[in-house]
Structure formats: structure tokens, C-alpha cells
Design a protein around this ligand. Structure first.
Ligand SMILES: *Cc1c(COP(=O)(O)O)cnc(C)c1O
Length: 375
């Protein structure tokens, strides 16, 4: 089936009890035993399984083309569950511009707990190979990167990781399974903050891990969900299923507008640099064209000047909302270095944009007016 069809139907079914066409939200925390003490309908207690969450996980598994999926209360909980499935003493290799919250998890929670990690430039395969010489359990990949939209060659890194006997997890949040298929490229896990494009409406928090194979390591991730307990609420599962139904159409519009806006910015005299893999001038354009079906709805740009000029542009917009996060219908703009704090690698002149679903001409007019502040 095509992706659009899966987005509408995967995990969905007409409710046999009532004929309801949309998925019911099951709020019950506990489920009835049969007189013989068994659970013929499969559910016992809602931390372990819940029918609405089951439907969501079935949907995510099919969308990503995996063997199993497990959902969490946030993207960070999903990431943490993968790290928790490792053992104290294990080594992780991660890209220097992975989501700052992921590196923060390693630095402040998992290093004290016993994981060691190397932060590398994933664009330099020799650097990755060098880091993999420490016996490595997991390579964490994120492409495009945040906030510089650097592109990592997924197949190249996977080949090195395989050789070194390491598992590979890809944070696929910015691409969604519509634009990028890490499991098809040989990754072991695709992780999502479903808070972003999959939810798509800036109104739910969630995370997920989809596995290429169901093995003992996956069972340890699953144990983190069921016993660690960072589960998504039934309502958030339902909202996410609702959001996913329109994902392909939203993604196409996000990507098309981002490309148009990137082109506008690249030609603007007040702009120093535009980071968008859809631009032919982007260093990762060719690899992106190979491993992504479209170039995404996220971009960043650097204004001429520094922090003060970037702030002036961000304060000059009317239609964009000054806020963090991404993937919603409304366009967002943020000064990334301010969000990330002291450990940031984001240049002071950089603004990150999540291109929403407004008409791109209106967004360009708004940016154009804001850029007059520094012309
Ligand atoms: C937002 C985000 C996360 C963290 O997800 P939460 O749902 O906020 O916990 C992880 N990775 C990427 C790429 C993100 O954008």
C-alpha cells in the first residue's frame, strides 16, 4: 500500500462493539478477568497495554516498515528507553549536532549511570570509524542535524557500525517515515518525537521507537515502557492517530514552502547563510537527495551580524510565532543558541524556522518585513 493509504488506515478499524468509524479512546486502567482467571481479551492493566495505544503502535510499525513499535510519553522518554536498554559500561557514539536534549541525557543522566560516549562529526566517516574502535554498543544518528541541517550518510555510518558490531538508532523526528526510511537502509531503530510532525498540531507530547527486528534488545526497550512507565495517555495516542491521517499532505506542504522560503532567504542581502538540504548549494544536498524523498520543513539561517541582529529579526515577525518546537501548522522561529544554553553549538546569528502550513507568500512577506530591521 502507498504511504497515504497507510496513514489513513494503519492501526484503524471499525469498532466491533459499536460500529464507530473512529478509534475509541479507552480510558480504563484495568481489565476484567474471565471466571477461570485468564484475560481472554489480552489486556490486564493499562500501564502494560491499552487498546488505544496498541492501535497507535500498530500504525507506527506499519508506517515505518518495522517489526514492532513501542510508544512513550515524549520523544525524550523514547530516547532514554534505548539508552536504558544498554548496560552500564557500554559505549555510545553520537553526532555533535544531535538534538541537544539527547546529548544532555547522555551527559547528565546516562554518563553518571555508567554509559560512556564519544561525540563526533558524523559527516567525517574516518572520525566515526575512530570512535567505533572503543567497543561500541550503539551509534546514534540524526540527519538532518539540529540546528545546522547537516546531512549524514546513513548507509555509510551503518556499514561502519555493522563492521564494529554496534547497533544503530536514527532519530527520524524531522523527516518522519514519509521522507526517510532508516530501517530500510539497515538501521536497527527509528526513534521519533511524535510531538512534532507525526502529531502535527502542537497539541500532544509523545515518542516512539520502531524496530527492524524484534529481538532481546527490543524486549529491554519494551520493558522500559511497561515497567519504567513513561507511557503516553490514551488521549495523546488518539490525537496522534488523528494527526497521522493527514501526515503525507501536511509534509508535502511543509517541504514545498520550506524550499520556496530557503530560496528567498538565499537571495536576500541581509542573510549570511541558509541551511536547507534542498538547496543545491548545501554541502549535503546530494546525499540528502539520495536518502530523503523530500527535503523537509525545517531550515535555519544566519543573518549578517550576530545575536543582536538575529534578535531584531525574530522580534520583527508578525505571522511567525517566536517559540521552540516544530512540525505544527503554525510557522515558528527561534534563536536556537538561547534555547540550548551554555553547551550550544548554534551560531549566535542563527535563527531556526519550522515552516508551517500558511501560504508561503505570506510567510515570505513577513520575513521580508522583519529583515528590513537589519537592512
Ligand atoms: C523535540 C525533539 C526531541 C525530543 O522530543 P520531546 O518529545 O520534546 O521529548 C528529540 N529529537 C528531536 C530531533 C526533536 O526535535
Amino acid at each position: 500500500m502507498h504511504f497515504e493509504t497507510l496513514a489513513v488506515h494503519a492501526g484503524q478499524h471499525v469498532d466491533p462493539a459499536t460500529g464507530a468509524v473512529t478509534l475509541p479512546i479507552h480510558l480504563s486502567t484495568t481489565f476484567e478477568r474471565a471466571p477461570d482467571g485468564s484475560f481472554p481479551r489480552g489486556h490486564v492493566y493499562a500501564r502494560e497495554t491499552n487498546p488505544t495505544r496498541d492501535a497507535l503502535e500498530g500504525c507506527l510499525m506499519l508506517l515505518e516498515g518495522g517489526a514492532a513499535a513501542v510508544s512513550f510519553a515524549s520523544g525524550s522518554a523514547a530516547t532514554a528507553a534505548i539508552f536504558q536498554a544498554l548496560r552500564p559500561g557500554d559505549h555510545v557514539v553520537i553526532g555533535e549536532d544531535a538534538y541537544y536534549g539527547t546529548i544532555r541525557l547522555l551527559r547528565e543522566i546516562f554518563a553518571p549511570w555508567g554509559l560512556s560516549y564519544s561525540v563526533v562529526n558524523m559527516g567525517q566517516l574516518n572520525e566515526v570509524a575512530e570512535a567505533l574502535r572503543a567497543p561500541t554498543a550503539l551509534v546514534w544518528l540524526e540527519t538532518p542535524s539540529n540546528p545546522l541541517l547537516r546531512i549524514t550518510d546513513i548507509t555509510g555510518v551503518i556499514a561502519l557500525a555493522r563492521e564494529a558490531g554496534a547497533r544503530v538508532a536514527v532519530d527520524n523526528t524531522w523527516c518522519t517515515p514519509m521522507l526517510q526510511r532508516p530501517l530500510d537502509l539497515g538501521a536497527d531503530y527509528s526513534m521519533h518525537s511524535t510531538t512534532k510532525y507525526l502529531g502535527g498540531h502542537s497539541d500532544l507530547m509523545g515518542g516512539a521507537v520502531i524496530a527492524r527486528e524484534r529481538d532481546e534488545f527490543f524486549d529491554r526497550i519494551l520493558l522500559q515502557q511497561k515497567q519504567g512507565g513513561a507511557i503516553p495517555s490514551p488521549f495523546d495516542c488518539w490525537l496522534l492517530m488523528r494527526g497521522i491521517r493527514s501526515l503525507p499532505y501536511r509534509m508535502r506542504a511543509h517541504c514545498q514552502s520550506a524550499q520556496t522560503i530557503a530560496g528567498f532567504l538565499a537571495a536576500h542581502p541581509a542573510i549570511e547563510a541558509v541551511h536547507y538540504p534542498g538547496l543545491k548549494s548545501h554541502a549535503g544536498h546530494e546525499i540528502a537527495a539520495r536518502q530523503m524523498s523530500l527535503f523537509g520543513g525545517m531550515l535555519s539561517f544566519q543573518v549578517k551580524g550576530g545575536r543582536a541582529e538575529a534578535y531584531r529579526v525574530a522580534s520583527g515577525v508578525q505571522l511567525f510565532t517566536r517559540a521552540t518546537s516544530l512540525g505544527g501548522p503554525e510557522s515558528l522561529i527561534e534563536h536556537r543558541a538561547s534555547v540550548e544554553g551554555p553547551h550550544t553549538r548554534a551560531p549566535e546569528s542563527l535563527l531556526r524556522v519550522s515552516v508551517g502550513l500558511e501560504h508561503p507568500d505570506d510567510l515570505i512577506a513577513d520575513l521580508s518585513t522583519a529583515l528590513e530591521q537589519i537592512a
